[in-house]
Design a protein around this ligand. Structure first.
Ligand SMILES: C[S@@+](CC[C@H](N)C(=O)[O-])C[C@H]1O[C@@H](n2cnc3c(N)ncnc32)[C@H](O)[C@@H]1O
Length: 263
């Protein structure tokens, strides 16, 4: 019983650290409220050298990418759960990811050279898309299973002495429009900014490259897990960009069929 309570406590602490890092990320990427952000150093008097800034920032993002991807692979999880209880696996993943993010926020070197600057309605529009991105990412975690993704469901199952349910395929709401709404939300939040600096651009570019690469691995795992169900889902639903004109195209194709035009 004691060890089950310890697992639950560990999951709650991990979730709390994730919440702090996620809230800080909102301020960090948008340059709101927080003492250190993507464009504002703690100590404005000592800008770092450009090469150092690029190298340090790339190393920090690579560290996150490696940890986040390696620890998500089924083979790693099989080995890892021989070392620690299965019920702690997801919480450990969440905790380490959040701690690396906190390291990134702390050690990030701003590169303030402006790339674009907007004002008026364009700035408002970009700010709106930015917040919509965060909202999509957060809401989408609830559409698959927020508490499972962050390790709390597994710890509660351990407390009750039941086996955590295996992963199940889900495609509700935004998952009917794109296969990866959480990642789409992040991309909107990273790119839609009224003032783009060189440092922010490096952040957006590196994370876009990482997301596109990581999704290849994730989809291979999803196919291995859900087989034909996921293959069919892939054929039906686009990866990241909604098919805005799908209805129009279907109508055009139907019209072409009805008049015997080549398709
Ligand atoms: C951080 S979430 C990202 C989900 C998705 N890539 C997105 O951007 O919305 C990663 C976890 O979601 C799970 N996952 C992704 N798509 C899923 C689906 N359609 N149904 C159930 N689980 C899914 C993966 O197996 C993985 O454990």
């Amino acid at each position: 019983m004691f060890s089950r309570l310890a697992i639950l406590l560990y999951a709650i602490v991990s979730y709390a650290v994730f919440t702090v890092s996620f809230l800080y990320a909102l301020g960090f990427v948008g340059n709101y409220v927080v003492p250190k952000s993507i464009d504002r150093p703690f100590d404005v008097g000592s800008p770092s050298n450009l090469t150092e800034a690029i190298v340090v920032n790339l190393l920090l993002m690579s560290l996150f990418a490696i940890q986040h991807s390696v620890m998500a692979r089924p083979a790693f999880k099989r080995w890892w759960t021989k070392v620690l209880p299965v019920a702690c696996e997801r919480s450990t993943y969440v905790l380490l990811s959040s701690l690396i993010l906190i390291l990134l926020f702390w050690q990030w070197r701003p590169i303030p050279a402006p790339i674009w600057q907007t004002s008026g309605i364009v700035a408002w529009l970009l700010t709106g898309i930015h917040w919509l991105g965060w909202l999509i990412a957060f809401a989408s975690t609830h559409m698959i299973d927020h508490f499972d993704l962050f390790g709390l469901r597994q710890a509660l199952a351990a407390l009750r002495g039941t086996e955590p349910q295996g992963p199940s395929f889900k495609a509700p709401l935004l998952y009917k429009i794109v296969r990866h709404p959480i990642m789409l939300g992040f991309l909107l939040a990273f790119w839609a900014t009224p003032e783009m600096t060189a440092g922010h651009l490096l952040f957006a570019l590196a994370n876009t490259a990482y997301i596109l690469a990581a999704l290849q691995f994730e989809e291979q795992d999803l196919i291995a897990e859900f087989g034909e169900t996921y293959r069919q889902y892939r054929r039906r639903v686009p990866m990241l960009l909604p098919r805005l004109f799908a209805r129009t195209r279907t109508r055009d194709r139907d019209a072409a069929r009805s008049i015997g035009a080549p398709r």
